[in-house]
Design a protein around this ligand. Sequence first.
Ligand code: ATP
Length: 375
Amino acid sequence: MLSRPGDRQPTEQVAAEAAVRLDGVSKRFGPSVALDQAWLKVRRGEFMTLLGPSGCGKTTLLNLVAGFLAPNEGEIFIDGALVTDVPAFARQTGIVFQNYALFPHMTVANNVAYGLKARGVRKDEIRRRVAEILAMMKLSGYEERKPRELSGGQQQRVALARALVIEPKVLLLDEPFSALDKNLRASMQVEVKEIQRRLGVTTIFVTHDQSEALSLSDRIAVMSAGRICQIDTPEALYRRPADRFVASFIGEGSLLHATIEQMAGDSAIVSVGRSKIAVPAAPLSGLSTGSQVDLFVRPEHMQVGAPDTAAFEGQVAAAIYQGDHVDLYVDAPEAANGRLMMRLAAREAAGLSHAGSKVAIAILGEDAVAFPRTA
Ligand code: ATP
């Protein structure tokens, strides 16, 4: 059966026509499949992020929307219009590349004006729109500079101005912050988000950095090996990952050996050590009572418990002080790879910082999710 994560969003069915829609889009390069049956709907004004490890097909998907690549299968729609065979220049998308790709011999003003000139916009209109967008990007006064006379952050803003000045239907951002140093990156992220909100421009953003994705996005499409695994809000991805890959790619967590005790409609009860935990049944479909599964637990959802309420006991391997909290690494046979990580407030960890200390671990049922055991 085809996986259509985009179609699982009930609100999408009632939403107006999507700003961007991919219907079963695949792209192959020779024998290798870069994108495999992608179904995606991006709402108007939405900040949608494509997140996944290197080589999973993010840039391919972006280039298909931009029109730089043609799909082998499937259809692409922008604002409800079929654009699969429409050339890139006629799609009204604005794109910002990782390396900015500014024209080095042109001034800032001419770089930004380029798309408007190509579209035959009148000169006075071009002057007005370029001045307006440069003011928005805090680049007034830099009109006559060449790109090499600008800092990385300023070049980034010029690239963004050039993409936005044409008033695109969709803004496409391909790892736009990766060439910036850490501090500049954080401030550019805030600026881009602010501008995107103010203009209400539909945005598709590519990154492999999960914290960047979690902080910027309305929704995230998590990708792996050419497939979209799950499309959801950052919070829903964190709290209800659909599969093992999404769980491990978004945030941190530990896998614990567990057994299905009961399947009951939408939820299942699994046991781990002496505790029973309710989890969503969907990822366990096809399994029955007695099946061995892996329980995925976030570090903040394990606590030091009284021995009678604890699920099991372990032995502290290391306590890593992190300022406001302590990451406690604990060895226990219930942990799938022999070790788990829990996150405690610094005062809760007092007395547990010695390697070898015994610790009783209670699991807060909240947001636990289980997956079929793999070999
Ligand atoms: P990264 O984060 O490293 O940019 P990505 O998720 O954007 O990765 P893509 O660039 O979309 O991944 O590549 C997906 C797959 O398609 C990779 O295996 C890549 O090697 C392959 N690929 C991409 N472009 C081409 C091409 N022009 N010719 C052949 N193979 C390609």
